[in-house]
Design a protein around this ligand. Sequence first.
Ligand SMILES: [Zn+2]
Length: 437
Amino acid sequence: VSLKSERIVLKHASVICGGGSEWIADASVAIEDSKIAFVGPQAQIPIEYHEWPSLDLTRHIISPGLINSHSHVVMGFFRGLGHGKTNMIESFLFPAEKSLTPELIAPLCYSYIVDGLKSGVTSFVDHYYFSEQIAAAFELLGVRAWIGETIADLGGAFPGEDSFDRARSLIETTQFSSRIRHTLAPHASDTVSTSLMKKIVDYAAQQKLPIHMHLAQTKGEFDRVMTREQKTPVRWAYDLGALTHNTLAVHLTNVTEQDISILEKSKATWGWCPSSTVIYDRLAQVSGLFEAEILPAIGTDCAASCDHSDVMSELRTAFLFAKDRGVSGEKLSCDKLLAMATTTPAKVLGVSSELGQIKAGMLADLVVHEVDVATKPIFDPLTNLIFSAGSRNVKHVMIDGHWRLWNRQLPHIDLNNLNAQHDAAVATIVKRTGHSL
Ligand SMILES: [Zn+2]
């Protein structure tokens, strides 16, 4: 199989189309360039596709590519660092972050992106500094990303008014492939001043870009904003026009009942990182948010608080946490869980017509899962994918019509070189911060 053929038909697979539609047994998916040309039962494939090159995927499931709705891929190098220590953030994260320099960034991103790719993630919604270098890492690996240069003037790793200028210059002057898009990424409500937030909101509206921000993550953030503004973080963001149907508000761990009503009215999307919030702090008010139909887009956050980038396993975790908090099973059906990593993020990013489903006309971002005896029996493929299969079943991943994972390998990448670059960058950080591995 060619890693990039202009035309290919994937035959005899079980296809999970997403978007709430039924799965199709013994189906075909035809791909032309970067787009899906046809999906339907094998028996109904139009004659025009009969001559195209094909790949027999009997005993395989095809699903839409997954979107990791909140990541800081550079921070993959925090994996395991200071794990379980109460002062992890102050003693490990901050000093390491301060010692980052541009040439280390792309190599440091590789680990977390590859982890995602190998578990079926085709898009990342990332939030960090050094976005140009982060985009370079995504470009090298051929993975889709929304990059957001972190903007903050009151706190965070590299605060300053000029963070807004950096973000603007990235959007207006840099050139990437069509796989790289932008968001406006204010850091959080306690690290961004009111005047700066107003600028961000105006600019996002002018550029028609989504806003991707942390909001109401910690009790500390809640208290600081209450003192500064005499209102909650959610109320503050809403009053400034920062919460709209194009806003991905991540965490929402510390919200009041009134905040939940505001969020409901705003149509903003809740970015939920189930493992990360519990490892770092505690679970959000899941039942109240689900009750108000504020449905989540699932992310993994960063390796400082969640050591993996496996979104499919996070769907299972999301189900377990939400069910434990009294959310009804009906609101947590498998197609609703899948939506949290496909159609819901696609909607807030404004790409519902391009991504999130296996559908004719959409971009060819898809995952081929191998079915072996360890995965059987299969009465409903999606239930198996979320609850019993796993990244071990992810065999091929296509992004934009290119096979970016083929037989669990990265066919277009010299992995030895990638490993060496990553290890050298980590060694430099370790040396600069004085930590031993
Ligand atoms: Zn985060």
